[in-house]
Design a protein around this ligand. Structure first.
Ligand code: SF4
Length: 1022
């Protein structure tokens, strides 16, 4: 270990003593403390630990968990240089312990008073060992984790022991599957050192699951899933002290952001014979003590810190002085299979040694007391009874008199009992919400401060000239701004104010915030846009085209684009004076690749987070700078992009598409006209709508989507759950009103039975067999599959059989995880959304596709999202439409917390609807706008810019209304017609699949005007 200067140590110690924040360098210095410096360090750490214990009412208590160790399999796909646990199949009697063996260990443990069953096993052995694969196949398990899940349930049911799962690297979806069967899980981070992973001969070389980035992702996914999670660092495996310091800081970041790290183990490497690292010296106990102490100082008083007592020789007192407050799992029955040469101390000895340091040893459960007391969302309701049987309700510690007995692990009852404010769907329009935020606002979304820390600070934002458009301004002014050009850690390059796509709350002009009238787009100040005749064009464009002699020629060059669109390509070129050389550019843009279109082309393959990294690319530029900067004319960049859009709509580069999103004034009109031409080509002039009813069967949800103002805690005044009968009643009402579709989505209620979604679909189909069931977002599909431990495909097939006809492609938000993990704490990653959707298409379930935009995203995110949708459609053909969902900010938590901006501007709404039509041309025919989120005048405008569908009458729209949308919770057919009338376009009722409803349905919907009485009676809208 390298030496540091005495003065550096003294300085760092003084800061530690004074409770000042330490940085990585200071921590690395402190890790060298020995002798009197070490004594001082331990004293400071002890003080922090004691304050933390006092704060949770456990002053003077050190905990441990009485456990049995279940080595489910000792096969592993990794090859860590220090490991004696993993072995080869020929050295084992069987690849896995049998169920009988597992239960025998658990029963013996229960008989000895153990309360934890620690499942430790190798990482996905079936990927490396065919013997493991064969065993799983022979025993009917898809993978090792399915076997873990099954055994955890058996242990709960037959012994009452609480499983703690340690199965190595887990995906977000694995965590969803396993959370209902284990109150806690764990995985050591070990180290963030990439060198140990990447360099031959180092400890983690050749071990795919030891990639530090992968392991950090596991910690984050556990936090997102609200799993009380154990992690830690392993010291002395070749890492540097700086690596060690960085590892501790990495754990702190995750602990703060999600609050789910229930304990941090600081473990010392002990060399074992027969391992590649047998020659390496053990980490010294002083080194261990110093590391524990700095971990305590960095992680703070609230984090529980553990040292395994069988690895500290007799230095119990030293570890207690270093700041531990837990001894981890200790088994009276089974050896430490990872360190078999080091037996656990007797519990009585541990008690004595702890007492010698002035502490009382108390038993805890595998789930730490704070999480026991908090309950939801940390503990799955299926485990409430098991934990309650063993926990002291006052302290959350283990009850000394607890009797171990198996309890059924079952689907909780009550998920479909009607409860709460079931009339919210109408009352949201009359008495409104009870409160603007849920009761657990401060923690259900994770830590807001830590979330802000994910976002690099940004330069001041140039004020926007175009005000927001979707809803009136909030009365709660946000407090921070955000660059959406730099949404995530590690954004590439250094952005400049000009290039950083800075978007913030501050970008809304003060007038727009205080004056709703100012939020009307300049071009629609009168509330109604200039409306061309059906099939006609906006006046300026038409005039320009008429004057252009080469209009027809450009259309020919386009090789298939409509002549009208091609005309626009030419007319756009006439908008401002052509610079020298423009003719050549025009020719190139009419069909040939345009290499030099903008420097932004170079950014097309760059990461979105790097957008606007000062490379001159248009991708990340401020959305409103494209045209205005040209003194009111159309910039060459936008002009070129317009030409490309007209002749090769699907071929726009990212940079061109982003440039179009910045189009204003005549350029925006031109963009809309191009989109409208494409719309006419694709689907004609009809504007369609469906008569349908939204049924949001529950709003209880702990997923923690930060944009969602719909979800409630189960005890909140606005929380509700509908019974199956109520759902069927609403479907019946809708049917009677002429509906052809119900759209069912709800919160991820932890009590929902595994069969909930099938039951819901059946309930509707049984009552109204002719109704199209459009139901369950990809998040709900994953939730259903996780609860039933079915594959996504099997679950979707079962859902189809139960009556699901199509899936809403909601939960897409922006399909980029950098954005998603700001928008939501725990909703599914982009990859999972894609998997659910493509699997649905594969099994013959069509879906819609959506994009929710205008929050913490930037224009390049929108472009890439739409292009991803296009590429999926080219693969599967399963999307019926693309729905644009502007972010409604008013009650959205992420807006109230001052992180998101107040939705897209009117200009952006027009531009993105048009761009969607253009980018999806030839792939998705139907582009839908959301009247719920856009005002009527904006709906009319986007109808003139590529949109052909208005969605549904909805009957009860609660989700956006809870978020503050002012556009009502239903629209009658008359209102929809009235909205469209001024455009001169024909309006037509459609089925979900864009077919024609039967005469009987049409007559019924005409009679009701598309909305059932029960919702209209309260607030007559027509
Ligand atoms: S968007 Fe859906 S999953 Fe997310 S919090 Fe709201 S109800 Fe829950």
């Amino acid at each position: 270990m390298s030496l540091v200067s005495d003065s550096a140590l003294r300085r760092a110690l003084a800061r530690a003593r004074d409770g000042k924040a330490l940085d990585v360098t200071e921590v690395a210095v402190l890790l060298h403390a020995r002798g009197e410096h070490l004594d001082a360090l331990l004293e400071h750490a002890s003080r922090v630990r004691d304050a933390g214990l006092r704060a949770v009412g456990r002053e003077g208590i050190i905990t441990y968990s009485k456990k049995v160790f279940i080595p489910l399999t000792r096969l592993c796909r990794d090859r860590c240089g220090y490991c004696t646990f993993a072995t080869a199949p020929h050295k084992l009697p069987a690849p896995f312990l049998s169920p009988d063996e597992v239960l025998e260990i658990a029963r013996q443990g229960a008989a000895m008073g153990c309360k934890e069953a620690l499942f430790t096993l190798g990482d996905r052995p079936e990927d490396r060992w065919h013997q493991a694969r064969s065993w799983l196949d022979a025993h009917g398990y898809d993978d090792t984790l399915s076997y873990v899940r099954a055994m955890a349930i058996r242990v709960l049911e037959e012994t009452g022991l609480l499983p703690h799962l340690n199965p190595g690297v887990l995906t977000w979806r694995d965590l969803q599957r396993l959370k209902p069967v284990a109150p806690s899980m764990g995985m050591m981070l070990e180290t963030t050192s990439r060198r140990l992973f990447e360099e031959k001969g180092e400890a983690h070389y050749g071990s795919p699951d030891k990639d530090p980035a992968v392991r950090l992702r596991v910690l984050e996914d556990a936090g997102r899933t609200n799993v009380p999670f154990t992690t830690g660092i392993l010291i002395g495996i070749g890492e540097t002290v700086e690596d060690r310091a960085e590892s501790i800081f990495a754990i702190r970041r995750v602990a703060r952001e999600y609050g789910g790290i229930q304990e941090v183990i600081v473990q010392n490497f002990r060399a074992k014979p027969d391992t590649a690292m047998r020659g390496l010296p053990d980490a010294s106990l002083e080194e261990l003590a110093a590391t524990i102490a700095v971990a305590r100082l960095v992680l703070g008083p609230r984090v529980r810190i553990q040292a395994p007592p069988n690895l500290v020789d007799s230095e119990y007192a030293l570890m207690i002085r270093a700041g531990i407050d837990d001894w981890g799992g200790v088994s009276p029955l089974t050896p430490d299979h990872v360190n078999p040469e080091r037996p656990w101390p007797q519990i009585s000895l541990l008690e004595e040694r702890t007492a010698e340091s002035g502490f009382e040893l108390r038993e805890r459960l595998t789930i730490y007391p704070e999480y026991v007391v908090a309950g939801e969302p940390w503990l799955d309701p299926r485990l409430f009874a098991h934990v309650a049987a063993l926990a002291d309700p006052a302290t959350g510690l283990a009850r000394p008199d607890a009797v171990l007995r198996g309890l059924p692990w079952q689907e909780p009852d009550g998920g479909f009992a009607s409860s709460g404010r079931v009339d919210l769907h109408v009352e949201v329009d009359t008495s409104g919400r009870t409160s603007d935020r849920r009761d657990d606002f401060d923690h259900v979304y994770g830590d807001w401060t830590a979330l802000r820390d994910r976002l690099p600070s940004t330069p001041p934002t140039p004020p926007s000239t175009t005000p927001p458009s979707t809803t009136p301004p909030s009365t709660t002014p946000p407090s921070t701004s955000l660059s959406d050009g730099a949404l995530s850690d590690g954004a590439a390059g250094g952005g400049t104010a000009e290039s950083g796509a800075t978007r913030s709350v501050a970008s809304v002009s003060p007038r727009a915030e205080s004056d709703p009238a100012a939020r009307v787009a300049p071009s629609t100040a009168a509330g109604v846009p200039a409306v061309p005749a059906p099939g006609g064009r906006v006046a300026e464009g038409t005039a320009a085209e008429a004057a252009h002699p080469d209009a027809g020629h450009a259309g020919t060059a386009a090789g298939g684009a409509s002549s009208a669109a091609a005309e626009r390509a030419s007319s756009a070129a006439d908008v401002d004076a052509a610079p020298p050389g423009a003719a050549a550019e025009d020719a190139a843009s009419a069909g040939a690749p345009v290499d030099g279109v903008t420097a932004g082309d170079a950014s097309a393959g760059a990461s979105i987070t790097g957008a606007g990294a000062g490379d001159g690319a248009t991708a990340g530029r401020a959305p409103l700078a494209g045209v205005g900067a040209m003194g009111g004319g159309v910039s060459g960049e936008v002009r070129r992009a317009l030409r490309r859009a007209a002749v090769d709509p699907g071929g726009l580069s990212d940079a061109e598409a982003v440039a179009l999103l910045g189009a204003e004034g005549e350029a925006l009109d031109e963009l809309a006209a191009i989109a409208d031409d494409l719309r006419r080509q694709a689907v004609g002039d009809e504007v369609t709508y469906v008569v349908n009813r939204n049924i949001n069967f529950t709003n209880v949800c702990y997923t923690g989507c930060r944009f969602c103002a719909f979800a409630q805690r189960r005890t909140d005044a606005d929380a509700y759950t509908l019974s199956l009968d109520q759902v069927a009643d609403r479907a019946q009402e809708a049917w009677d009103a002429g509906a052809t579709e119900v759209c069912m989505q709800g919160g991820i209620h932890p009590d929902l039975p595994g069969t909930a979604y099938f039951d819901l679909a059946r309930a509707v189909k049984e009552r109204t067999p002719g109704m199209h069931v459009h139901a369950f977002s990809p998040m709900e599909v994953i939730n259903g599959a996780s609860r039933t431990d079915m594959s996504i495909q099997a679950w979707l097939e079962a859902a189809k059989e139960a009556g699901v006809d199509s899936l809403p492609g909601t939960a897409a938000e922006i399909l980029d995880d950098d954005v998603r993990w700001v928008l939501t704490k725990g909703k599914l990653p982009a990859k999972e959304w894609v998997e659910v959707i493509t699997t649905a298409h594969k099994v013959g379930i069509p879906t819609t596709s959506t994009m929710m935009y205008g929050h913490v995203d930037n224009h390049l995110h929108w472009v890439r999202h739409i292009k991803l949708i296009r590429s999926l459609q080219e693969r599967t053909g399963g999307f019926s439409e693309f729905v644009l969902l502007p972010f409604v900010h008013t009650s959205a938590p992420i807006y109230l917390a001052g992180i998101a901006r107040p939705g897209p501007t009117a200009q952006e709404n027009r531009a993105v609807h048009a761009l969607a039509r253009i980018l999806l041309h030839g792939a998705i025919k139907n582009i839908q706008c959301s009247w719920v989120k856009l005002r009527d005048d904006l709906c009319r405008q986007v109808l003139q810019g590529g949109v052909n569908d208005l969605g549904g009458t909805l009957m009860e729209e609660t989700i956006s209304r809870m978020a503050g949308s002012e556009n009502g919770s239903y629209k009658t057919i008359s209102e929809l017609r009235e909205m469209v009338e001024v455009t001169g376009r024909p309006v037509r009722q459609r089925t979900t699949e864009y077919g024609v409803p039967t005469d009987e349905r049409l007559a019924a919907s005409e009679a009701s005007d598309g909305v059932c009485k029960s919702v209209r009676r309260v607030l007559p809208m027509a």
